[in-house]
Write a protein that binds this ligand. Structure first.
Ligand code: NZQ
Ligand code: ZN
Length: 393
């Protein structure tokens, strides 16, 4: 097992009616004036914002609001939030929504405290010294941003460049998680979340330096099996509370670092390949991951078939001796799971008919304009990336 650090400072308040705790939690986090940050219609439509405001009022926490965060959250909204927080002397951000809202809140938090252009952090040109404290009221099980150190922003000013930035200083102080909140999600959006949760564990699983990690592998296997089983229950009955609770908790544990302890960081190629797709075409993150993963897997599995074979044996219960055959069967089974929940498993099924020019542009952007090879499992150069965007292996 490799040396590692595991840091999860986020207090989780989980279960029915947990939204009512948000005022007390904000006050005890030292909040004097909060920005309540949210997305489009859902938070108001289903009564969540009213409950949040009531709880803040009861705890004597003052607040202002800024809605309008869209999926694949935009830098222009982050700029708006930074200006508003400075003008109103906000000292805390309460994100009410999913990964997009939480990520926008983290970016605003960086921008308010550090000054200068916040996009610099996402381009790795500067390192922030602090972030405004963040609290979350989670409404979708998916990105895991409620416990993660990451934030992913799309620069709409540069025409759709999507970049992530990771730093432990943005990890939320608390996350309020009521699984009932996810009952109102459209089925497609829920399925996108299920893919993202599985993928956060898979990205860490395909780590060439993670060899002797029995416990971490066991946690990862339990997480993926729990996720897939409960996703299928929720497909039949989206209001099954226990299944929704299992999935919501899996979403947080899948991306708070737990399933990577003892590894060397994981691969993350599928995520990076997807980020270019959602930056350029505004597709839903989870759907983009499902569209790309099997092509990536078939392209790279020969560099270490044993890791794919272990996935097949431990997660899907496939038996056999031949590692390459087991690896192929494991890829087929994961792809079948994505299909079973209505997700695309190719870029064309995602609704995109990429031109050769677009393939080259996506690969070029994904290689950070020719400056990097991508991933650790099988480092991909520009021509590898082009092949994956073309859907060939
Ligand atoms: O805007 P509203 O009206 O709220 O609708 C949202 C949005 O359209 C809707 N929704 C959310 N909760 C709902 C609901 N609709 C009905 N009922 C509810 N309870 O769902 C749509 C998607 O929301 P979004 O926040 O975009 O979803 P998700 O949590 O999947 O976040 C995706 C973003 O997170 C990034 C992705 O790249 C993408 O930009 N990621 C962030 C990560 C991180 N910070 O650690 C890691 C991930 O790998 C990911 O890259
Ligand atoms: Zn993700």
């Amino acid at each position: 097992m490799n040396n590692f650090q595991y840091y999860t400072p986020t207090r989780i308040v989980f279960g029915k009616d947990s939204e009512n705790e948000v005022g007390t939690l904000s006050a005890s986090s030292g909040c004097k004036k909060a920005l309540v940050h949210y997305g489009g219609a859902s938070a108001a439509k289903y009564g969540l914002l009213d409950r949040v405001y009531r709880s803040l009022d009861e705890s004597g926490v003052s607040y202002i609001s800024l809605g309008g965060v869209v999926p694949n959250p935009r830098l222009s909204k982050v700029h708006e939030g930074i200006a508003l927080c400075k003008k109103e002397h906000v000292d805390f951000i309460l994100a009410v929504g999913g990964g997009s809202v939480i990520d926008s809140a983290k970016a605003i938090g960086y921008g308010v405290v550090n000054g200068g252009e916040v996009w610099d952090f996402y381009e790795c040109q500067r390192i922030p010294i602090a972030c405004l404290p963040i609290g979350c009221v989670l409404t979708i099980a998916a990105a895991g941003s409620e416990m993660s150190d990451s934030s992913v922003i799309t620069n709409d000013i540069l025409g759709g460049v999507k970049r992530s930035y990771a730093n432990a200083i943005c990890r939320p102080k608390f996350a309020v998680m009521n699984p009932e909140r996810t009952f109102t999600l459209p089925a497609y959006q829920s399925a996108c979340g299920y893919v993202d949760i599985v993928m956060h564990t898979l990205e860490r699983w395909f780590d060439p330096k993670r060899t002797d990690s029995e416990l971490t592998d066991g946690i990862a296997v339990a997480l993926m099996k729990t996720m897939m089983r409960n996703a299928l229950i929720l497909k039949e009955n989206p209001r099954d509370y226990n299944a929704a609770a299992e999935v919501m908790w899996a979403g947080s544990l899948s991306h708070n670092g737990l399933t990577g302890c003892g590894g060397s960081g994981g691969d993350w190629s599928t995520h990076q390949i997807e980020h270019e797709l959602s930056g350029m075409f505004d597709v839903a993150h989870g759907a983009g991951l499902a569209a790309v993963w099997a092509t990536w897997a078939r392209y790279v599995y020969k560099s270490l078939p044993s890791r794919f074979a272990k996935l097949g044996v431990d997660v899907f219960g496939i038996a056999g001796e031949d590692e390459e055959k087991l690896a192929i069967l494991a890829i087929n089974r994961m792809e079948a799971f994505f299909k079973s929940i209505g997700m695309p498993t190719s870029i064309s099924e995602l609704g995109l008919d990429l031109t050769e020019e677009q393939v080259k542009e996506l690969a070029f952007r994904c290689s950070f304009f020719g400056k990097r090879k991508l991933g650790s499992f099988y480092p991909l150069d520009i021509s590898d990336l082009e092949a994956i965007y073309r859907g060939v292996w």
